[in-house]
Design a protein around this ligand. Structure first.
Ligand code: GDP
Ligand code: CA
Length: 322
């Protein structure tokens, strides 16, 4: 295998679409499979099973098993068990668990109960379908994201996001225990050995944020000899889908491609980015990004299908000079 060793930091659905493009671009180059470090801040316990929504979004998408119409879960899933759980008053009525999806959660929970680490469980889950990438969780520790509202009430991120559709104004996000967490085995080593580190166009606050908050990961990215290239999740000054704008406002970052680039920061300035892929719709802001010490690369950023996203990943690899 020749070609660059690529590490991707990624969240769920945006991360999954991006990862499909990474797989496509690297296969064309005959490069080794990328390592994708996935956010586990979205994880939760529900009805006795452990859910890892961002991991599953990526696994299902790479396996071609995802529901592309609905945008989450398994294609062709049914909800018989979910209906029964609701009849019992168990779980959350606003959080649907598909039957096939529950099979995944039961398998995962069983293996965790048997003593396997999340890293080992993900490795096992990666064997069922040829994913074409190596998946690593950011950490093996449980560091679920909580939302602290003005006034101090706290709710799990998934309740805030799925039940309330981000309509309650957060004061801050927290990942209890994250200051004591360590990166999952292989994360720091793979970043150190990489030829390029890509930051997917995922939610900067609740997807990429928790990954970088695991002690050691931000430093590993900053210390990497490889160039670091980020891709804007903001197109034309708006989030493409979801409520990342509410998350950004919570941490005092404007919803714009240049503000998100500045949030990650220029590597030369103690930040993370060497280059930033931004959308043609945001070309006006390129000068601002450059002024902040980050190379701005203006490209189409719509991840409409794997081939289109692959071209976008080519641009990111070109920007990294690999
Ligand atoms: P989640 O964990 O399922 O919320 O997904 P991620 O955090 O990985 O990604 C969510 C982000 O992906 C959102 O903030 C979107 O703005 C961004 N996104 C979704 N589709 C596209 C796209 O086609 N292009 C770009 N540039 N960003 C996208
Ligand atoms: Ca997520």
């Amino acid at each position: 295998m020749t070609g660059p060793r690529v590490v991707v930091l990624a969240g769920g659905v945006g991360g999954a679409k991006f990862t499909l493009g990474v797989r496509e671009a690297l296969a064309r180059r005959g490069a080794p499979e990328a390592t994708v470090v996935v956010n586990t801040g979205d994880d939760l316990w529900l009805s006795g099973v452990r859910l890892q929504p961002d991991v599953d979004s990526i696994v299902y998408a790479l396996a071609g098993q995802n529901d592309t119409t609905r945008g989450w879960g398994r294609a062709g899933d049914t909800e018989r068990v979910n209906a029964e759980l609701q009849a019992w008053g168990a779980g959350w009525p606003w959080f649907t668990l598909g039957d096939l999806d529950l099979g995944t959660h039961l398998a995962r929970t069983g293996w965790l109960r048997d003593g396997f680490t999340p890293t080992e469980v993900i490795a096992r889950m990666s064997q069922r379908w040829p994913l074409g990438v190596d998946l690593l969780p950011m950490t093996d520790a449980e560091v679920d994201t909580w939302v602290v509202l003005n006034g101090g009430a706290r709710l799990h991120f998934q309740e805030w996001w799925t039940r309330h559709r981000a309509a309650l104004t957060p004061e801050r996000f927290e990942n209890p225990g994250i200051d004591r967490a360590v990166p999952a085995p292989g994360v720091v080593e793979t970043i150190a050995a990489a030829d390029v580190v890509l930051i997917a166009p995922s939610n900067p606050v609740v997807s990429i944020g928790p990954i970088l908050a695991v002690p050691g990961i931000r430093d590993a990215v900053r210390a990497a000899s490889a160039p670091v290239v980020g891709v804007s999740p903001i197109i034309g000054g708006r989030v493409v889908r979801g409520m990342a704008d509410v998350c950004l406002a919570t941490i005092g970052v404007e919803t714009s491609a240049s503000a998100v680039a500045a949030h990650y920061g220029a590597r030369a300035d103690g930040g993370l980015l060497d280059a930033w892929l931004m959308a043609e719709e945001d070309a006006d802001a390129a000068a601002q990004v450059e002024a902040a010490g980050i190379r701005a690369v203006v490209r189409p950023l719509w991840m409409t299908d794997a081939a289109t996203t692959g071209v976008m990943v080519d641009a990111a690899l070109d920007a990294a000079g690999v």
